[in-house]
Design a protein around this ligand. Sequence first.
Ligand code: ISL
Length: 539
Amino acid sequence: KRAPEWWRTAVVYEVYPRSFASSGDRSEGTIDGLRRRLRHIADLGVDALWIAPWYPSPRADGGYDVTDYCGIDPRFGTLADADALLTEAHASGLRVIIDLVANHTSEQHPWFTAALADPNAPERGHYVFRDGRGPDGALPPNNWISAFGGVAWTRTTDPDGTPGQWYLHTFAPEQPDVDWTNDAVRTEFDRILRFWLDRGVDGLRVDAAPAMAKAPGLPDADYSGYPGFASTQWTDNPHWDVPAVHEITRRWRTITDAYPGDRVLVGEAFVSSPERLSRYVAPGHLHTTFNFDFLRTAWDAAALRSTIDATLAAHSAVGAPPTWVLSSHDAARHVTRLGRQDTGPEVPVGAVPTDLALGTRRARAALLLMLALPGSAYLYQGEELGLPEVEDLADADLQDPVWTRSGGTSRGRDGCRVPLPWEGDRPPFGFSEGRPWLPQPAGWAALTAQQQAADPTSMLCLYREALALRRRLPDLGGTRLDWLAAADGVLDFVRDGVRCIVNLSRNPVELDHGSRVLLASAPLDHAVPPDGAAWVSAR
Ligand code: ISL
């Protein structure tokens, strides 16, 4: 009998390379810096790392605007550095997943430059160019809006200086959407996929997967009560999660599966429901996806249980592993989110006071919950240090397009992208020699990796212990989960020989006499305290 594929139970660590570790005299992360700190990831006990885009890019969207899909941004290093990283990661027992940004290119990609230079160039067909509506085509071709706010179309100027066609961009104007009905686009991305698989990557993360297909004819969207791109209520959207997207992924699956060694395609698909998510991992499509539902589920036992049950049901129906995510480079860090007492995830960070001690206790419990669930989990760099969202970055330091385009209504995503604190008692905390590209809070002296490694009660030590235990406990590797009867506000379930108790109520949960505790998020004293969790032997 064949062993289950590694990605069905893998814990994957997201590296945001600009903020992981620097080298030389740079103020931002490099591949060399990542290589030097690879031990940190290996010692954590994860199975793989996923590296956010490292390609040449003008960085209008932090690297998600690519000009050369088969190159490395010189600010990060060289292809030779990338090869060395792959070799060293593999030697340390770590697989490597890289990012595939296939919904759009940079506006500075040679295709787009050629498309702008000549309205009759074949490259126009690589993108979604349309004539405008109204007199002189002065209105956008339809009413679609961008994920970053504002109209999803930008008008071009023809080489002779007259106003020209409009092009579609689901994200920033610097990120024109490619047209996935165009054969040249499909062929080129086949080549890109093979380029990296040939180099030895273990997988690719498919960025913004739900954006890739658009409804034929590009009809106006119905935005009445518009709740946001991946809202649980918006299921019939002509430019997000359109069924034709699944034809693109089927093509890639054929390419990937022709390679030896269990290569994996991970979909980044923030969609309306677990059932819609499971369509991305139906047989013959992507192997697995990110499930963002914990990001929009309140710290509430009933809500979490219903998210878990719906996720398990939808994924088991298609034979794909459920996955779990608490943080990413797109969301406010969960220590901060969970530290907003009794508020749902929809409340913007900063709108209510944050209790970081509370958020930290809950984050510790949330880790034990996530790692006890069936399937695969994604960690985001810095969560193992319990880093909070940096909410007080100066306006002048903010770089994220969500901020620059929102007119100040959103602070953007820079607050979760602040460079990691490695060691020492003041910034840059061993991240770089000079001033880091985003300033680190002085208070992070207490949160450096070095400081925490020496403290058995630290977040870092909890992550290491939980991940080591998860590897040693085969019971956590299966797909079965049995709920036990529990008091209000308590999650209690068994995974064969391991029982997980998460206490979201205000009362302690007494443990049975003689219980063998395997790991706890907080000191126990015969009971799991409020906002605590424990793994207990069920044998
Ligand atoms: O924020 C989200 C989920 O937490 C989503 O709305 C997300 O922004 C969307 O699914 C796409 O994100 C990805 O592509 C973007 C890029 O800005 C993000 O950083 C990336 O993760 C465009 O390439």
